[in-house]
Design a protein around this ligand. Structure first.
Ligand code: NDP
Length: 254
């Protein structure tokens, strides 16, 4: 039997590390051709070489998707190369934690830019292609998976602006789902708990010492492949079944 996504084209943002890289591997394993989008070209080139060596098809698209022109170009390059787009995984993100009192506003701006605009810009230009794929493509369905977080479900002290962005992702996702689901574009949110990636390493040393490290030292966190597995599950359901929300947690995380 042919893999479930043979002939489909996926675009994964933030494919240079962590969950995005694992998701790209998983989707290629399911038979999709995948566009890898992020800023670090060397990482994307290495992943593309690995995928191609294994018989897969990958396109490297270097870009900063907080810039609208670059985000739109990433989608356009994907469609120019593969002729279609069936799956968009909005995964790129940044988690800078800490109290609101005395916060660094520049950290907020960086986080809002990638977690909000970095999701909206690719989505807007991808939608016409996804609607077309749902109408004409072999699967007769298309998918958007937005990587949110446990922090899109519950607010926690010291996570205020990250909470703001991920609660926003959840609200936007459900609204868009209602807008396009009857045209067979499925829109869903995947909410991971703690995953072993580079995400925490972008925080200031005092935040790593007070919030990040204690959590990772006391929790058997997920692997990026656990989340990639969830993305693959969402996008390989039969046409009549849409997963609007998938919440994946380490078993020992409260
Ligand atoms: P990583 O830090 O490992 O990956 C983040 C990815 O986002 C990188 O590939 C990075 O690539 C990309 N990225 C960041 N800024 C930009 C930008 N301006 N333009 C393009 N790409 C960008 O973290 P994770 O894999 O953990 O994070 C992936 C998603 O999962 C995020 O949305 C995060 O909020 C979410 N998440 C993660 C959890 C965890 O515990 N790890 C838990 C819950 C949710 P580059 O730097 O090369 O541009």
């Amino acid at each position: 039997m042919a893999p479930k996504l043979t002939g489909s084209v996926a675009l994964v943002t933030g494919a240079s590390s962590g969950i995005g890289a694992a998701t790209a591997r998983e989707l290629v394993g399911c038979g999709a051709s995948v566009a890898l989008v992020a800023r670090r070209r060397d990482r994307l080139d290495a992943l593309a070489a690995e995928l191609q060596k294994a018989g897969g098809t990958a396109l490297v698209v270097e870009g900063d998707i907080t810039d609208r022109t670059q985000a739109e170009a990433a989608v356009q390059q994907t469609v120019a190369r593969f002729g279609r787009l069936d799956i968009l995984v909005n995964n790129a993100g940044l988690m800078l934690l800490g109290p609101v009192v005395g916060a660094d506003a520049e950290e907020w701006e960086r986080m809002l830019a990638i977690n909000v605009q970095g999701l909206l810009y690719p989505t807007r230009v991808a939608l016409p292609h996804l609607l077309k794929a749902a109408e004409e493509g072999p699967r007769r369905v298309a998918d958007i998976v937005n990587i949110s977080s446990l922090m899109g479900r519950v607010a926690r002290n010291g996570r205020g602006v990250y909470n703001l962005t991920k609660f926003g992702v959840n609200g936007f996702t459900e609204s868009l789902r209602q807008e396009v689901t009857q045209r067979h574009v499925r829109v869903g949110v995947l909410e991971p708990g703690g995953v072993h990636t580079e995400l925490g390493s972008h925080n200031r040393p005092e935040i790593q010492a007070s919030i990040i490290n204690p959590f990772y030292e006391t929790t058997e966190v997920l692997a990026p492949t656990d989340i990639a597995d969830g993305v693959a599950y969402m996008v390989t359901r039969p046409r009549h079944a849409s997963i609007g929300e998938l919440w994946i947690m380490p078993t020992d995380q409260v």
